[in-house]
Design a protein around this ligand. Structure first.
Ligand code: AMP
Ligand code: GLY
Length: 428
């Protein structure tokens, strides 16, 4: 089969690596890709939906896999579906309505309320009813959680202990446009105190399979301090996400989500990322995403033993009920090497050395490129995610850390404490 994969981060390198392991994968194209994806397929530059569609037609692409959320929310799949000659192409990624689960926090909240899916109590405000925000905040207790409705590159969530400051922030977002149009609506919600875990389903809109769960570490600093980033590392499995908790997630969240989509006539083919929080051993949804996570994909895919392309094929035929997921018993960890200064200002173009010295780990490139001489250089804030497998999360982490020390580039930074909050609990 011929596959076109869109995106250029660590998630896409992990997807490219996994897809190329499939004997069914004849040709793999990645747009735009990075220096890592070019080891598994051909990087190409496709700008805009028209170029993507034309490329799919010219190359008779069989499977289109959309890595990031933006093209999904912007309606790429809807455009592709208008093209008769692409009617048989398997689409991994939902249309713009399904993608609203991620693209609009208000849509996601309303969907969960309609379908009885546990989530924090909330109310949505616009410039029209902003006056009622104080009354609502008075019904909640501090800290207050404010979320810009639209996509805000992971920066749209504010957690504030002081009600007056929260109200000022609300005004900054709605009236002064702090997050642009993404903040025309703001969801204010109850703060949930617990431990986070992410679940991933691949669905054809009727049936689904669950991939290994993961936990990511979003803050730049050790001990989960400092600014939010795209993700500094991840581990899988997450010790508490089994047994009864797992059953609750399936019964209260995963099944009602897929059934809700069906009931509401929202077609969905692709991944659903459930960002969950466990409060007193009960799972609540913090967010949905319409794609795999990054860096979660870098631990989830290495633990998946199935042929991913075969799963995509089943999803394309609406036969996911026939799939049996097999997971590696080993644990996986990934540690993200980032450019000094990230997530604020950082420099690019630094030569990356010693990648060839790494043994027994999977270095998934995120922000890398090749210079004119073919050297691998940095081209983003998150540079390389170093994944390792081990008998325990701890063992995997030691391998990731050891390799993270070896790779060198100017101003390299990484967190040495990924997994710190879970290690004392782990049983494998
Ligand atoms: P989101 O973009 O909705 O995933 O939010 C980003 C992060 O903010 C989450 O991963 C949580 O750590 C935190 N967060 C979001 N909503 C809540 C909430 N209701 N209670 C506690 N923490 C939250
Ligand atoms: N690592 C979080 C995300 O991909 O949204």
């Amino acid at each position: 089969m011929k596959v076109l994969l869109l995106g250029g981060g660590g998630r896409e390198h992990a997807l490219a690596w996994k897809l190329k392991l499939s004997p069914k994968c004849e040709d793999l194209f990645i747009s735009p890709g990075n220096a890592g994806t070019s080891q598994h397929g051909q990087n190409i530059e496709l700008n805009g939906f028209d170029e993507i569609i034309r490329f799919c037609q010219e190359k008779t692409i069989d499977v289109l896999v959309v890595g990031p959320e933006a093209p999904l929310v912007d309606g790429l799949i809807d455009e592709v579906q208008k093209i008769n000659s692409l009617a048989n192409m398997i689409l991994i990624g939902p249309g713009s309505t399904g993608a609203q689960l991620e693209g609009s926090k208000d849509f996601a909240k309303e969907f969960m309320k309609r379908n009885g899916i546990p989530t924090a109590g909330s109310k949505t405000f616009t410039s029209e009813n902003i006056g009622e925000a104080r009354d609502y905040l008075e019904t909640l207790s501090s800290p207050y959680v404010l979320k810009a409705d639209g996509l805000a590159a992971g920066k749209g969530v504010l957690i504030e202990p002081d009600m007056n400051v929260a109200l000022e922030m609300l005004e900054e977002v709605i009236i002064k446009g702090k997050f642009g149009n993404a903040g025309n609506k703001v969801v204010i919600e109850e703060f949930l105190d617990g431990i986070e875990v992410s679940y991933f389903a691949l669905t054809d809109g009727k049936d689904y399979v669950l991939l290994p769960e993961a936990k990511d570490y979003k803050r730049i600093g050790e001990g989960d301090t400092g600014l939010n980033t795209g993700g500094m590392g991840a581990i899988s499995p997450v010790y508490f996400a089994d047994g009864e908790f797992h059953e609750k997630v399936v019964d209260r969240i995963v099944k009602p989500t897929i059934e809700g989509l069906m009931k509401e006539g929202i077609p969905y083919s692709g991944f659903i990322f459930f960002g969950l929080i466990s409060v007193g051993e009960d799972p609540f949804v913090i967010e949905y995403n319409c794609r795999l996570g990054d860096p979660e994909a870098e631990v989830v895919l290495p633990r998946l033993k199935n042929d991913l392309l075969e799963l995509f094929e089943l999803a394309g035929k609406n036969e996911l009920d026939k799939a049996q997921i097999r997971m590696d018993e080993q644990a996986a960890s990934t540690i993200m090497l980032v450019s000094g200064g990230y997530p604020e200002k950082y420099e690019k173009g630094k030569r990356i050395r010693k990648l060839e010295e790494l043994k027994g780990v999977l270095p998934f490139h995120a922000g890398t490129a090749n210079d004119e001489q073919g050297n691998v250089i940095t081209s983003g804030g998150r540079v390389i995610a170093i994944t390792a497998l081990g008998e325990s999360v701890n063992e995997a982490l030691s391998k990731s850390r050891e390799a993270a020390e070896i790779v060198s580039f100017d101003k390299k930074y990484f967190r040495k404490d990924i997994g710190f909050d879970l290690l004392s609990f782990q049983t494998n």
